[in-house]
Every structure is written in C-alpha cells, then in structure tokens.
Design a protein. Structure first.
Length: 293
C-alpha cells in the first residue's frame, strides 16, 4: 500500500521556492556548531534569508517563537546551547515554527547523541544529516567517524522511509503521528524522503563541499529557510533547498582552483543563482512519487 503524493516538476518547483525565500527573507534561528556560525550566517545571507545565532538559555525560547524557522545542529554541544536547544524546540513547535535537526557526529559520542535523541522525540520538521548520522540517530548503526560518513545514502534509505511513515511514542506527537515529516540524507547523490514527495534524489554538487568547513552544516540552515516558505510540504522544502545549495556549489566549482577560492565563489553563485539556472541545471530524479507505507 502506498500514500498518494503529487508529482512535481522539480526544477520549476525549486525555482519557485527559491524566489519565495528571496521575497520573504525568512529569519532563521540557528543553534549551531560554533565552528560554522560565520559560514552559516554568510550562506543564509547570500541565499536571501537572515540569520540569528541565539543560543543562550532564557533567550532561545522566546526567540524561537518569533523566528520563521529554527535550526538545531549538535556539532559543538556545549552546556548552554544544549539547554537553549531543549528550550527553543518546544517553543518553536508551540508557535508553529518549522524546525530542522542536524545531528552532527552522533553515534559513539555520548553527549551529542543523548541530546539528539531527546530532540528527535520532539518530532523535527526535517531531519538532515549524512548517512551515518541519520542511521545512528534512528538506531540503525553506531555512527560514522566524527563528522565523516562511513555509510552511503542508499544505506540510509530504509531507515529514512521508516522515520517518515512510522509513529513514535515521544512526548510531543508529530504531524499525523510520524517521527519526522521529511528526511534529507547528504552524500554524492542526496536522498530526500517524505510522504508528500516520495523518494527523491538530487545529483548536483561537488566534492569541494566536503573540503571546506561548514558545507553540510550550512545546508541544514538552508533547509530551515526553505521550510519557512513551504511549512506544509517539508519534503518539497528539503528537495528545493538541497538542489539550490548543491547547484550553487557545482557552478562555483567550475571556476574554483581549490577549496580556498571555492568558498567565496560558492557564496557568489548562491547569491546570483537565477530561476532559469535552477531549471536548466537541476538533476533531480524521483524514484517513487509515494513512500512505501
């Protein structure tokens, strides 16, 4: 049995959502890795969104209520940001603010793993990570090697499908009882799974994204920005965000001499990316327009 899902013209749908992000300029509340805060803020600004790094307890909850989207990244889980995250997520959910969980390096590291599992029980709008991180958080593996994945996106396919179709006995019920609304698994070919969009793959990108600090972490913030303009279709937000991020990177790589020149070129290409370039360049394929139930 399969859940009915619309078939998108993904190139044009991605272009439309990019234009919506630029028109709305959503404010993304980031509780994120201290190593990548500057990169994340610059990527959001280049995209046309806005960033606020509010990771202080007693401020994070109220701010999550006024932001357009929330990102929680577990890359450097110091004590106060952990408290701030556990404060911000319930506030975001209460306000109807979409939120993204990026479980950086979960698995064998106990502090971030416990935090990420507590956050997962609060039902993220989108779970975004590499295959090892997603598998570890969903209980299907022990994790990768720090931030590096030792699994491929196809290894995470079954766990991702289960996460968007299965209910979870966490303290806060998710939409329609699902554990998460969408899963975005990063890799050479990204895997996106959601009931409303099915199983989708994005084949754009460049290996240079793995050779700069924050390439993946910034994608979590981009996904959050897109959820702000597509709150009722988290799968479409995840697909479009992944495509825009990786298309801009692919175009930057064509001009870059290496990682040093790639990073500023990536920001330039993200800022100048046109809807026509998106439609022409996007390599998005649909394995199934419905997720197996």
């Amino acid at each position: 049995m399969e859940n009915a899902a619309p078939t998108h013209d993904w190139g044009h749908r991605t272009a439309e959502l990019l234009e919506a992000v630029r028109a709305r300029a959503p404010l993304v509340h980031c509780i994120t890795n201290t190593v990548v805060q500057n990169v994340t803020a610059n990527v959001l600004l280049a995209l046309g969104a806005s960033a606020a790094m509010v990771d202080v307890a007693t401020e994070a909850g109220p701010f999550a209520r006024v932001a357009d989207a929330l990102l929680v990244n577990t890359g450097t889980p110091h004590a106060e940001p952990r408290v701030a995250a556990l404060e911000a997520v319930p506030a975001a959910r209460d306000a109807g603010t979409p939120w993204v969980l990026d479980p950086v390096a979960v698995g064998s590291l106990p502090v971030r793993t416990a935090l990420a599992r507590d956050l997962l029980a609060m039902h993220p709008t989108v779970l975004r990570g590499n295959a090892s991180e997603v598998l570890a958080l969903l209980g299907a593996s022990a994790g990768g090697r720090g931030v590096d994945s030792t699994a491929g996106t196809e290894d995470a396919r079954a766990a991702a499908i289960a996460a968007v179709t299965s209910s979870d006995p966490g303290p806060v019920p998710g939409q329609d009882g699902r554990l998460v609304d969408a899963v975005a698994v990063s890799g050479p070919v990204d895997l996106l799974v959601a009931p409303a969009t099915g199983v989708v793959r994005v084949a754009n990108g460049t290996e240079l994204l793995t050779r700069i600090t924050g390439g993946g972490c910034a994608l979590g913030a981009v996904v959050a920005a897109f959820t702000a303009v597509s709150p009722d279709d988290a799968g479409a937000a995840a697909v479009a965000a992944t495509a825009v991020h990786t298309i801009a990177a692919e175009l930057a790589a064509q001009e870059a001499g290496g990682p040093g020149s790639f990073q500023p070129l990536f920001l330039d290409r993200l800022a100048s990316l046109t809807p026509e370039q998106v439609v022409r360049t996007a390599r998005i394929t649909v394995e199934s327009a419905a997720v197996p139930a």
